[in-house]
Ligand binder design. Structure first.
Ligand code: GRG
Length: 307
């Protein structure tokens, strides 16, 4: 395969971001297909459910960030495929459980009926459980590097998914139901949920490239602000886009009186907040040099996204 000289890759126009994202999504989907048990594996119902939820057409943002972070730290993205798939599988578990009637009670996800609508509630709980467990099996296939042992990868990943981050954020979210939250409370929820998973996705990619502590710190700062910006935009899209465009029920947050950025700050201030957070994310990138260019492009594109 002929690859472009490094200087041409660096000078490639931003417009080729679309092609880059598409190619990374295909790479991730192919890897996910080989990592996950086939639909004919017994018991079939659970494996069909796992694949239904994974291959429902998500954006693959988190694994793309893992691969881009590996590149930004001078690594080979193919070495980052196992953690990239692991974060996507953990993310999908959290969506399946978050959609359950006992949580957000959603009927639509990624443009399809949610797992509990198709397979029943009990099976959807198990699909989420199985995806979470499988994410560790996939992560365990990561090659350690000089600075980072397999234990370092596992701790990074498990701490992100655990009771102090993702699950802790979900607890704050549940406790906040039906309450008027302050901006500080809202930020606390999303730094533990969305921002934590985006940050870990980036850090795992950097770790596969044997990132220096300075590079890893840059990815952490970038991920924190990008994750919060992503959530602000997600909340904005819920009130400005259609169900068809989003692939999930539009206007749901407002209908159930959920505390969101537009509800707490208003729509215009939320847009400014998303831009402010994106700028802070971009300001974290200089230690990565020109190799961080893809991450910069991705941050810009997430601010302008429509779904
Ligand atoms: C343990 C149940 C449980 C939850 C953990 C992360 C989390 C907490 C819940 C996820 C549910 C959720 C809606 C979180 C908000 C983050 C977010 C904006 C998710 C949607 O991400 P996209 O837009 O989705 O990247 P796709 O479908 O494209 O992957």
């Amino acid at each position: 395969m002929v690859s472009l000289p490094d200087f041409l890759v660096r000078l490639s126009p931003v417009s080729d971001l679309k092609a880059y994202l598409k190619s990374q999504q295909i790479l991730v989907d192919d890897a996910l297909k080989s990592f996950l048990p086939s639909v004919t594996t017994r018991p079939r119902a659970i494996h069909q459910g796992m694949r239904y939820s994974i291959f429902a057409g998500g954006k693959r943002l988190r694994p793309v960030l893992t691969l881009a972070a590996a590149e930004a730290c001078g690594g080979d993205p193919s070495a980052a495929l196992a953690p990239a798939c692991a974060v996507e599988v953990m993310h999908t578990y959290s969506l399946v459980h978050d959609d359950l009637p006992s949580m957000d009670d959603d009927d639509l996800r990624r443009g399809r009926p949610t797992a509990h609508k198709v397979f029943g509630e009990g099976m959807a709980v198990l699909i989420g459980d199985a995806l979470l467990t499988e994410s560790f099996t996939i992560l365990a296939q990561t090659e350690p590097t000089k600075r980072y042992s397999l234990k370092d990868f596992i701790l990074e990943f498990s701490e992100c998914g655990g009771s102090k981050k993702l699950i802790g954020g979900q607890v704050l979210d549940l406790e906040g139901d039906g309450q008027k939250l302050t901006k500080t409370q809202l930020v606390r929820i999303h730094e533990n949920k969305t921002a934590a998973l985006l940050t870990t996705s980036l850090r795992l990619g950097g770790m596969t490239a044997n990132a220096t502590p300075r590079q890893l710190e840059a990815l952490t700062n970038f991920g924190y602000h990008l994750g919060l910006a992503f959530q602000v935009v997600d909340d904005i899209l819920d009130v400005t886009q259609s169900t068809e465009t989003l692939g999930k029920t539009a206007g749901k947050d407002e209908a159930v009186d959920k505390a969101t950025y537009p509800a707490v700050l208003g729509l215009e201030k939320s847009k400014k907040e998303a831009a402010r957070l994106t700028k802070k994310a971009l300001n974290a990138l200089p230690p990565l040099g020109r190799k961080g260019r893809r991450l910069e492009e991705i941050a810009h594109s997430l601010l302008d996204r429509e779904f």
